[in-house]
Design a protein around this ligand. Sequence first.
Ligand SMILES: [Zn+2]
Length: 304
Amino acid sequence: MATSPHRITDAPEPYNSPKSDIILRSSDGVDFRFFKLLLSLASPFFSGMFDLPVAKDPAWEASSSEMEMKDGMVVVAVDENSQVLTALLGFVHPWKVPTFETLESSRVILQAADKYGMDDVTEAVEEALITSKFLDRRPSAVYALACTYKLEKAARAAAKLTLQHPMLFPFSPEVDHAPAAALYRLFAYRQACMKKVVEVTHILALRDAYVACKACPTATTLLSSVSVYQWLWDSVHHLTSRIQEVGFGGDVMQHVTVSWPVLANAMQCPTCKTKAMEIFSRFVQEVKRDIELEIRKVALEIKF
Ligand SMILES: [Zn+2]
């Protein structure tokens, strides 16, 4: 608990209710009028504090003599600043819609919730994270945050979405705080998923392995020892290289353009002219579905 050198001000609604019975003073000197019952239900830390037998406990008696009172209420000074306290109490107050504006603010709420043992707040923040814009926009940061505060559901949802980004995802303060083992497991998961992408695309390309053109060169695959159109094999390699480089965004079409130069060559061949587009179109339609199916089978190891 901290003491504050700041000029004391009062928090705005809903933290100024005349029916309140406790005041939480933030580290920057803002008094939040709140309710012991709500804090006790949300936090074993506060529950224990309010349950202390005032008259019988010498420690409490000693400290209570130094404890500040205001409007007949005990003032409890906390370490969190008013911004954090506003966000944290938003998850405890029954009439507030819990929310956070930035990922950083969700992190400080989780940190405070962990400190005060507010499990329901932690659970509510996890649900809010899963439906937030941050999951799509900054999945690696959400994964790191989820692993730091042991939020398995959010970690799994975020890990899958990191596949939409390059292997070396953007650095963030959340990544800085995450356990190294959790980041290692994410890399292992992403590597396994990318391996599946390559396997799926090769299997689909080999499905059209009959070569009925004497003009176009053929490729012989090392694994299956069958011949396949060189232009098809090359276009598949262009596509998988692109996905491995920038991530698999769930929409293969955005990466298909990398195969156009190879396909354009095939279109010059009188025999392959119509066949090339037909085979490649079928490949593109099926590859997205097959990649999605295979990635679902890849296990992400999570240990807290
Ligand atoms: Zn040909």
